[in-house]
Every structure is written in structure tokens, then in C-alpha cells.
Design a protein around this ligand. Structure first.
Ligand code: ZN
Length: 97
């Protein structure tokens, strides 16, 4: 099986990009590689900086084509469950007074 996946960074490693979208045929090994600092350049940087990464979403039956499509949407934040939860929390706090 192949997967596309979205990683959420608590702090953007380069100051701007808070998400990473990737493709793999072994999600467990690839996620371990990212966490250990052996993944992509961006996740290597995050690991070196001690930035927490969350495997926020996976797409089973992924493909290189889907990876390219997901990246071309330029809307990782809208696809990210972690960011959605943060938005709900902020809305609730804003509405509490
Ligand atoms: Zn996010």
C-alpha cells in the first residue's frame, strides 16, 4: 500500500512553512525517519531544532500524482486537522466573553 501524508509542525522550521506533504510506500518507516531527522530537508531541520511534528493526516492508496495534486492546492492548513482544532479552540475562546 502507498500513502500520502501531511505533517504539521508546531513551529514552522523555516519561519513560514508549517506543513509538509509527502508520499511513501511504508508510512511507519517514513514517519520514523522524519522523527529521527532522516526524512526530508524540512523535517531534518525541524528535528534538529527540536520542533514537534505531528502526523496529522494520511491518505491511504496514495500516489505520486496525488502528492503533486495535494501540494499544488497550496492549502495544507485547510487540510490539516491540527490546524482545524486550533481554529475551533480560538473561536470558542473569542466567543467566551
Ligand atoms: Zn496544521
Amino acid at each position: 500500500m502507498a500513502w500520502c501524508y501531511l505533517i504539521h509542525f508546531d513551529i514552522p522550521p523555516r519561519g513560514v512553512q508549517q506543513h509538509y506533504i509527502g508520499y511513501t510506500t511504508n508510512i511507519a518507516q517514513r514517519w520514523g525517519d522524519h522523527q529521527a531527522g532522516h526524512g526530508s530537508d524540512l523535517t531534518k531541520l525541524a528535528a534538529r531544532q527540536g520542533i514537534r511534528m505531528t502526523l496529522a493526516r494520511v491518505w491511504p492508496n496514495g500516489s505520486r500524482e496525488l502528492e503533486v495534486e495535494l501540494k499544488s492546492r497550496h492549502g495544507a492548513k485547510r487540510m490539516c486537522p491540527v490546524c482545524s482544532i486550533c481554529a475551533v479552540s480560538e473561536a470558542l475562546m473569542l466567543g467566551s466573553d
